[in-house]
Design a binder for this molecule. Sequence first.
Ligand code: TXA
Ligand code: MG
Length: 326
Amino acid sequence: MKTEILNGLEPASIERAVMALREGDVVAFPTETVYGLGADAMNSVSVAKVFEIKKRPRFDPLIIHIGQKEWLGTFTRKLPTEADKLIARFWPGPLTIILEKHPVVPDIVTAGLRTVAVRMPSHPVALNLINALGRPIAAPSANPFGYMSPTNAGHVARMFEGRLSLVLDGGASTFGLESTIVSIQGGRTFVHRHGAISVEELIDVVGMVYEKNKDGVIDSPGQLPYHYAPHKPLTIISGLEEIRTAASSLLAFRTPPKTPLSRHMKILSPAGDLREAAANFFSYLIELDRDDIDIIYAEQVPEAGLGKAMMERLKKAAKKRRVITR
Ligand code: TXA
Ligand code: MG
């Protein structure tokens, strides 16, 4: 199977993708966070194909992407006040909300949970596609299980060569990090996954937020410690002097004061801007994960705003090695 990349801004491409989705195929599409591997959320067999293509070792609930806020009434049950406020502020956009599911949502989408994760993306290609299909698209990030999320069409095609027929190209994802996932319980807003909407922005709307996994309970399988990992080992460093070998890649946060020892380097944001850094984050890490190196060094990112989400992903990538070598 050849993987075709079509320009998602052309109406004919959307038509082709909608036809494929209606026939039960899986289509990769751009969102403002990362690319998604989409299936018609109402078609259990198509959704099963997503798991198969992604090689997820077990079913893990998927986010349904809706085209209009009004669709919530069809696919979910109660809408807590806090969710309403968050939706008013952040939709369409990179916030996913876990809500009580309506029985029409197939169990394979939610892995049997009574809740469903929903978001309305802001990327025009994603919105056009969902609205042209006329129902939600269930989609995880378009990466093989355990690997990093792709933020451009070329990376998706490379990751799924031979296993995926169509990728809609919508350019580089502007946020470059997955959506922030929250749930509301007893009027409290819990963060399940840090992402493109910062905790500070959430607090601005709901006053206070809680961390979901402080007690070690894994509520979103995305919280497994080895998610988002490159193939090569990754070490977080706070200064260039910690680089031990030239056979390495360096993911620098900002322009380093001197030339590093590493063979390859990418600078997330020359001036140290967190938003620019986040937009480049996964695509640079994927490019630095090369055969001719032994290790990836990642410079520490300030843990505020979007930096928190990036550090969460770097720490998980760094942990993977420890898990494997133990
Ligand atoms: O930005 C994003 O969120 C991207 C784009 C494509 O929308 N999607 C994405 O999907 O990152 P995925 O499947 O890679 O991550 C979704 C996370 C998973 O960790 C899953 O376990 C969690 O959301 N999740 C989904 N439904 C859930 C539910 N009902 N309860 C708790 N966690 C849920
Ligand atoms: Mg993912």
